[in-house]
Design a protein around this ligand. Structure first.
Ligand code: CTP
Ligand code: MG
Length: 196
C-alpha cells in the first residue's frame, strides 16, 4: 500500500510496535513482584543432578506476571478506547474478544519463553541468576512469538504488512535495551537479586 517511508514514519511505527508488544515485554517485569514459593519444576532435578528450571521460576511469578502484564495491556486498551485512539471493538490487537485473548496469551507466552530460557541455562549448567547474554534478554520474546503464531493473519496484517516489518526488525534491539534498563532498576529497588 502507499505508505510514505520516512524516518519519522519509522519512528512512529516503532512506537506503535512497542505498544502492541508491550504485554510480551512487561510480564518479566511483574514476575519478580509476584514471585516466590513453589518452583514450577517443583524442585525436581534432571538425571544429571541439575535442576530443570530452578528456584527462579515459580508458579506465583508465572501466574502473577502473566496477570499483571495482561492487566497493563488491557489498561492501555481502555485508555486508548476512551482517548478515542481506536476502540476496544477495533484495536491494534484486533476486535473484542480477540484483543483480550491475544494480550493475555502474549503475556503468558513470554513467561513460557523465559522458562524455556531457564531450561536451556540449567542444561548448560549455569546456576540460577547467572548472567547469560542474549538468552536473558530475548528468551521471553521467542516465547511470545511462538504463542502469537496461531493468531495469523492478525500478526501478518499488524506487524509485517505495509512496511511494519521494518519496526519488527528494530524491535529486538529496543527490547534488549529495555530489558537491561528495567532489570537494573529492579536491582536498585531491591526486587531483583542480580542487575541482569
Ligand atoms: N520469577 C518467578 N517466576 C517466574 C519468573 C520470574 O518467580 N516464572 C521471579 C523470581 O523471583 C526470579 C525473578 O523473578 O528470581 C527474576 O527473574 P529471572 O531473572 O528470569 O530469574 P533468575 O532468578 O535470574 O533465574 P534464571 O537463571 O533461571 O533466569
Ligand atoms: Mg536471570
Amino acid at each position: 500500500m502507499g505508505t510514505e517511508l520516512s524516518l519519522g514514519w519509522v519512528l512512529l511505527d516503532l512506537l506503535r510496535t512497542i505498544v502492541i508488544l508491550l504485554p510480551a515485554m512487561t510480564a518479566n517485569t511483574f514476575a519478580p513482584f509476584a514471585g516466590g514459593g513453589l518452583p514450577v519444576d517443583m524442585g525436581r532435578t534432571r538425571p544429571d543432578g541439575r535442576r530443570y528450571l530452578g528456584d527462579g521460576k515459580t508458579w506465583r511469578g508465572l501466574i502473577g506476571g502473566s496477570l499483571g502484564s495482561a492487566a497493563l495491556g488491557m489498561t492501555i486498551l481502555l485508555v486508548m478506547h476512551f482517548a478515542g485512539i481506536g476502540s476496544v471493538h477495533d484495536s491494534f490487537w484486533g476486535s473484542f474478544p480477540h484483543n483480550i485473548v491475544l494480550i493475555t496469551v502474549m503475556a503468558f507466552g513470554s513467561l513460557v519463553g523465559d522458562m524455556i530460557g531457564s531450561f536451556v541455562k540449567r542444561a548448560l549448567d549455569r546456576p540460577r541468576g547467572m548472567r547469560t547474554p542474549f538468552l536473558d534478554q530475548w528468551d521471553y520474546l521467542l516465547g511470545a512469538a511462538l504463542f502469537i503464531l496461531p493468531f495469523y493473519p492478525w500478526w501478518y496484517r499488524t506487524l509485517i504488512a505495509d512496511h511494519h516489518w521494518i519496526s519488527l526488525l528494530i524491535f529486538p534491539v529496543v527490547a534488549y535495551l529495555a530489558h537491561v534498563i528495567a532489570n537494573r532498576i529492579g536491582y536498585w529497588i531491591g526486587v531483583k537479586k542480580e542487575p541482569w
